[in-house]
Design a protein around this ligand. Structure first.
Ligand code: 5RP
Length: 270
């Protein structure tokens, strides 16, 4: 396992603009976690003193929050306010001394940085396999810029049709009724709907006191906007994990370097 890919190789390259690409001097074998850290460090280069920041949730976003804490401690960032997307991130940020607030006090966020479970070529996302989709969607939807950080394994042709879960947050009241409505709505895509379980086989409970149904789809959903609307119309559904047309930029770390894609144009590394 090689550790030699130094994210500062990217971070210190003055020639890079936000939409450029960095490649390491030679290919190296990196763990998935190292790739996540590289993407996260690159995203933190967008952070400026005085910003209100949406702080994401998950193993990739954790690296970004750590890095923001480190830069604050070193005095390289000042007057940052973080808006955490989960209780877990809130605890991490507090432990790092990052000042925190919420959407009530800061309804407009300068920049959010978060991971994703799947990213399609149009920068549509599946999120929420870590359980925080509702707060993530509220906070990232209120952001002027939303930077998504992933390792290259998260890139897919179509979101949601990979048999991996599309999470849907539902109210606990009569959850079987809602899960069945969801299954039947998405039946045409070869859908199974499974209640997410947590510790000791009990239902996983979100930070908002809700349950999650994981929708396993065999086929891609085609018109994502139509499916999104139909899911949200079901009584009992609180939110789903499709983040359509929300990401401004996606930073993808791979064995051959970092690729940055944004809504308007894409660059590729060689
Ligand atoms: O949406 C999320 C949490 O609800 C995460 O961003 C997503 O699950 C990616 O997680 P990771 O960075 O650990 O792969």
């Amino acid at each position: 396992m090689a550790l030699a890919y130094d994210p500062l190789f990217i971070a210190s390259d003055k020639a890079l603009s936000a939409f450029d690409v960095a490649s390491p001097p030679h290919p190296m074998i990196l763990t998935q976690d190292e790739l996540k850290r590289i993407a996260a460090y690159k995203a933190v280069e967008f952070v400026e003193s005085g910003m209100v920041l949406g702080l994401g949730t998950g193993s990739t976003a954790k690296h970004a929050v750590d890095r923001i804490g480190e830069l604050l401690r070193q005095g390289k960032l000042e007057n940052i306010v973080g808006i955490p997307t989960s209780k877990k991130t809130q605890e991490q940020a507090l432990s790092l001394g990052i000042p925190l607030s919420d959407l009530d006090a800061h309804p407009v966020i300068d920049l959010s940085i978060d991971g994703a479970d799947e990213v399609d070529p149009y920068l549509n996302l599946v999120k929420g396999r870590g359980g925080s989709l509702l707060r993530e969607k509220m906070i990232e939807g209120a952001s002027k810029k939303f930077v998504v950080i992933v390792d290259e394994s998260k890139m897919v042709k179509h979101i949601g049709g990979s048999k991996l879960a599309l999470p849907v947050e539902i109210v606990p009241f009569c959850w079987k009724f809602t899960a069945e409505k969801l299954r039947s709505l998405l039946e045409g895509y070869g859908c199974e709907a499974n209640l997410r379980l947590g510790e000791k086989g009990k239902p996983f409970v979100t930070d908002n006191g809700n349950y999650i149904v994981d929708m396993h789809l065999e086929e891609d959903m085609g018109d994502l906007g139509a499916v999104s609307d139909a899911i949200l119309r079901l009584p009992g559904v609180v939110e789903h994990g499709m983040f359509l047309d929300m990401a401004s930029t996606v930073i993808i770390a791979g064995e051959l370097g970092v690729k940055i894609k944004n809504k308007q144009h894409t660059t590729t590394s060689s």
